[in-house]
Design a protein around this ligand. Structure first.
Ligand code: BG6
Ligand code: MG
Length: 219
């Protein structure tokens, strides 16, 4: 919820699809697996996987299959997808940052705003290293630090505690429906980027971060 008289002191970024386009690599890796399994999968279904853990994503994909998969088979398949994904992120460099990200981070740092990353990905630290951003953020929350994934607010509340800023003074940025819900439930201002239908529950929706004025106006 936006209270315009409040000066926000912290900004919490999701990683995949906000800082870099790994959301596309997640899609391509799932698509490869789904094709191998002869299971129908498209970009519309993929929108529901954004922000959701690896194994939960697989469960959603397998709903389109009439076959039974044991827990062991599911872990094997999730691992297989992750191998495809890891191959794709190997070649990432700082050139793979999405528009506006570098400038926004610099502006926030110049203004003394604390910044954090809140990602449910087990690959978050590898991606941040490849992007040259591992030392940039004041705090990083990934899958290791949380019990409940998005849309539970835990990951954003953990990030706020990590940068020592009250949740109501934080802004969260997300490209997923589950992530926007998590930010809203954490009592923060939510900024949605990317697919409009997916992030329409956000307080502010932006195409990307190349024009960050609506965010800077909240500081
Ligand atoms: C999220 C992505 O950031 O991380 C999801 O939006 C992904 O699509 C999730 O499933 C888990 O990622 P990983 O790297 O642990 O498989
Ligand atoms: Mg995301």
């Amino acid at each position: 919820m936006i209270n315009k008289s409040v000066k926000h002191k912290g900004v919490i970024f999701d990683l995949d699809g906000v800082i870099t386009d790994t959301a596309e690599y997640h899609y391509l890796a799932w698509k490869k697996l789904a094709d191998e399994l002869n299971v129908y999968f498209d970009r519309e279904i993929n929108e529901n996987l954004k922000g959701i853990s690896r194994i939960e994503s697989l469960e959603i994909i397998l709903k389109k299959s009439d076959k039974f998969f044991s827990e062991e088979e599911k872990y094997y398949l999730a691992d297989k997808k992750n191998e495809y994904y890891k191959e794709m992120i190997k070649r990432m460099t700082p050139k793979d940052l999405l528009p506006g990200v570098v400038d926004l981070i610099k502006e926030l740092k110049d203004r003394g705003i604390k910044i954090a990353v809140a990602s449910v990905s087990k690959n978050a630290k590898t991606v941040l290293s490849n992007l040259g951003l591992i030392e940039t953020f004041d705090y990083i929350v990934d899958a290791e630090k949380i019990k409940n994934g998005k849309p539970d607010p835990e990951i954003f509340l953990n990030a706020a505690a990590g940068i020592d800023v009250e949740p109501k003074l934080c802004i969260g940025i997300e490209d997923s429906k589950a992530g926007i819900e998590a930010i809203n439930r954490a009592g923060m201002v939510s900024i949605g980027v990317g697919n409009y239908e997916t992030v329409k529950g956000a307080d502010i929706v932006l195409k990307d971060l190349s024009d960050p004025l609506p965010i800077l106006n909240l500081l």
